[in-house]
Design a protein around this ligand. Sequence first.
Ligand code: PMP
Length: 461
Amino acid sequence: MSTSLLTQQQQLADLQAADKQHFIHPFTDSKGLAEKGTRVIERAQGVYLWDVMGHKLLDAMAGLWCVNVGYGRQSIVDAVAKQMQQLPFYNSFFQCSHPPAIELAQKIASLAPQHMNNVFFTGSGSESNDTNLRMVRRYWDLKGKPNKKTIISRVNAYHGSTVAGASLGGMSGMHEQGDLPIPGIVHIAQPYWYAESKGLSPDAFGLQAAQALEAKILELGEDNVAAFIAEPFQGAGGVIIPPSTYWPEIKRILAKYDILFILDEVISGFGRTGKWFAAQYFDLQPDLISIAKGMTSGYVPMGGVIVSDKVANVIKQECGEFTHGFTYSGHPVAAAAALENIRIIEQEKLVERVATDTSPYLQSALQQLAEHPLVGEVRGIGLVAAIELVKDKATHQRFDSNMAVGMFCRDACIHHGLVMRSVGDTMIISPPLTISHAEIDALVAMATQALNDTYQYVQAK
Ligand code: PMP
């Protein structure tokens, strides 16, 4: 064994030991992780990651759905360094502001749907949704309708991990821990045709899922409902793209009742669908849009809420303080990173490139996988996609969850040099918007090898 390999192995062992001793990981079974040992990622460039052992991985998840412009962007590093030298921090409370946050708010307003011209800055997607909860209730108070408090969300939605975020989300595993959801948040069915259609056509199922919103508004009483919150497509839930009848029917219902609409674009914002925002892709008119992730491509943390004129006019023009905000709302360094990130997306025409080039290329390449004996469905829009692994293609029957087929496939992907995520037995991808045709070909080839390994595994069982 070479000395350098020995050194690398020692370094990994030391890091894993320290990690095991001192680091509590998010969304992790710590005991299981300690047994396996953590994978230590050391550097990245473009769409690739390298771990401390020097293994190269194609990151088909763009980190956690966030590294839209890819890794290794020197111009973001430079913008951040310059801002740190000039003004590393100042707040935007107490009558103060600073150029990067002002410029960023103006820039985002220019990219957002026309009726949305204000931004409230946060530090993450969870904080954005906490902000939404407080802002919609503040809005209705100022409108003289203080009973309009309840927020309707959906089962298997993901809106973050703070108390309000996890409550707005519809993840049963999260609700089980910590007595969630908090009062005033209810959940309707999700538009997951592949798993829950019970024989209905996609169109009929989409209508039925949307009509659950109207039924819930009528059950609660319109005068008690503040807002409906939804992701345009569910991300962490398994890249669930509603049937084409869903959003038009939701729009019809939202137009009929006086409630606000919060669109959670923490994943879909900043080009993922081939539009700047999925609101534009699905032709939706939200009152509030949650943003984070692709806003800075994850180079530094930042989130926000894009606020419609309808809501901003009330929050900004009525007297009295909106008693909400964070130390890091509009952080100058994060704002500088976001501005440079957006400049790159514009200069390299990444949004247009997704729409006209890489999305069609990726989605048609992935459809080849639909022929695989393990694959029940391949679906996707823009640069997100899901691959459903099933026991029976005709009935959509899944494998016994004890077999952990998705997890096996995820590990097989890593073995072949690909980071793909599993949600149960649904494999999901969301690569950087910069991914090339050759990298897409490599992704599909590695995914095919991992599917073949997984097929051998299930047959052996
Ligand atoms: N909303 C959505 C749709 C998300 O996907 C996420 C994160 N995956 C969040 C909110 C929460 O964002 P954060 O982890 O930055 O708090």
